[in-house]
Design a protein around this ligand. Sequence first.
Ligand code: GLV
Ligand code: GLV
Length: 326
Amino acid sequence: TRPQILVARGVFPETIARLKQHFDVEANQEDVVWSKDELVAHLQGKQGVFTTGSERIDAELLAACPDLKICANMAVGYNNFDVDAMAAHGVVGTNAPDVLTETTADFGFALLMATARRIAESEHYLRAGKWKKWSYDMFSGSDIHGATLGIIGMGRIGQGIARRGAHGFGMNVIYHNRSRLSEALEVECKARYVAKDELLRTADHVVLVVPYTPASHHTIGAAELALMKPTATLVNIARGGIVDDAALAAALRDGRIAAAGLDVFEGEPKVHPDLLTVPNVVLTPHIASATVPTRRAMADLAADNLIAFFGGKGPLTPVTPPVARA
Ligand code: GLV
Ligand code: GLV
């Protein structure tokens, strides 16, 4: 008999068709965001699940779904997985790395430029019919070229942003990471390792690309915002919870930093109400990897993980230790 698979959120019809060549598939193509109890109910009898990052896979769910062997996330981040609980239950987790690196780095740069050059704010002004005359200081922002770019989190996406900044815009790139890059990578990215406080004090633009873990919770809070230049911009394309959104909204309102660009939010899709009322923030709905080819590649990789795993080849991009539920 074929393995039973649940696709927990809406995805490309082609992905469903492909999975159906290998598995018996229940697909949530209405794209209902299920409660935990509903997800558990749909998972009964399923050996595999295709997740998108909004489904929390924890000890409670795993205990209630004894047939489950693999969870394939269509996302590079996997903070929706309790990997320790999954390992304890012998359940494999996979993510979707690499295929989104350059697309996501492009978006990080787009959000940085939109933020520093006040593109969203000025567009709202124009659309609202407020543009009556040009003036010398209208929507003056800060420069990208030649500025100091501080990247916190120097994984593949962070390195992609560094290369864009250094090679494309002549930026002075500094970075902070749990571990230093190899010398060869530092040379390629033209990036210099510094302590986090030094980065916050000296960067003109700070971009966050760290994975969310309990240790990275509120990497940027009131104390860190206070270290930043009043002219600085902050961009978060990592995860909600890396930034203390309430503290950021207060800093933006009080002019303690110049502007922010946010693609991810604490408790998204809810957005802190204070962020919705300050003008100097660009807000996007978690779309950094959203190009047609990249979202397809991410869906394909999640599907490939399920197909390889049940085909006996093992998962392609596991994030849990190599143990499988017997
Ligand atoms: C999106 O946020 C991802 O982790 O791929
Ligand atoms: C994600 O691929 C990262 O390493 O930043």
